[in-house]
Design a binder for this molecule. Sequence first.
Ligand code: FAD
Length: 332
Amino acid sequence: MKEIWIYSETREGRINSVTYELLTRALDLKSKINDSVIAALLIGHDVPREDKEELIKRGADKVYYVDDPLLKDFVVEPFSKVLKELIEKFKPEIVIAAATTQGRTLMPYTAVRLHTGLTADCTGLDVDEEGNLLQTRPAIGGNIMATIKTQTRPQMCTVRPHSTRPAPADDTRNGEIIDVFVKLSPEDMPARKIGRINDESQEVAIQDAKVVVSGGRGIGKPENFKLVYRLAELLGGAVGASRDVVDRGWIGYPHQVGLSGKTVTPDVYIALGISGAIQHLAGMQTSRTIISINKDPDAQIFKVSDLGIVGDLHEVVPLLIEKLEAMKDEIQ
Ligand SMILES: Cc1cc2nc3c(=O)[nH]c(=O)nc-3n(C[C@H](O)[C@H](O)[C@H](O)COP(=O)(O)OP(=O)(O)OC[C@H]3O[C@@H](n4cnc5c(N)ncnc54)[C@H](O)[C@@H]3O)c2cc1C
């Protein structure tokens, strides 16, 4: 059987939900590669059994679990040693990790040691007729999308977080949890975690929000962002932005959605005065429902929208806000 591996990232000893997005990718690949199974690789210490079972419920046929007190926190050297040994032992065809700080550190470190190729920050994965992995990612400064094949094995890649939805849980699924032993010693630990400090300047929760309301150049001037904020507030959502307005200094970079910003997959994405450049679409087109307001009926954003309003946002948004405020008053 050909094994498709996903690296199950943990944070503070629990599985990070980005792992379930990798299972969505792996399930799609499994449906296209004959005789393949999905294995989740879990490296850590005292990871609860329910987390391992969750991997199976969400699509893994088996879970390889390596436990050691030295693996409690992510440190690249011992994690890479474990990953390399397991790859050499079980010979997976494909290894996918999230393009998070952890995945972006672990995967290249390990790929070099295995003398195999790695495609970083993919936004699309597919297979060709021979079952080789087709890895699509932006190239040449984001101006084109390149599809890359790896000649060596395993085929390793990292995938952009939030570029797909997490695989749903199915309680009826069965799978195997396999404990694997890898010998580690204190010499494998050149570093030790002593604490964690969050970068508060980056803490704009657009990636976890169920509703994102984004403003683009059509907003007209920075003060008009108050409309975007008010609409987002009434909908219980977060505020996003196009790069154009970030570059103009109308709003901070942590709000930027797109290729060189964040990727979001909310239930509802509302684009106000955004044209829909390919680099913006790359960060939001997998949203469940897309609503756009733009005065240009030919704007690209309408091509990916479920609901498009052709009009001046300075007329439409205040009306929307008024209606939502009235509804809120009725509920209270
Ligand atoms: C390497 C690279 C990376 C990039 N990364 C990103 C990225 O991460 N995110 C990103 O967003 N862009 C990115 N870009 C930039 C991208 O190409 C576009 O320039 C940018 O998305 C345009 O932003 P915009 O839609 O706000 O502005 P514009 O393209 O100028 O569009 C403004 C829109 O507002 C409409 N409008 C104007 N007035 C009104 C009104 N009163 N009411 C309603 N509609 C109105 C107009 O019809 C127009 O469609 C990148 C570019 C490159 C080359």
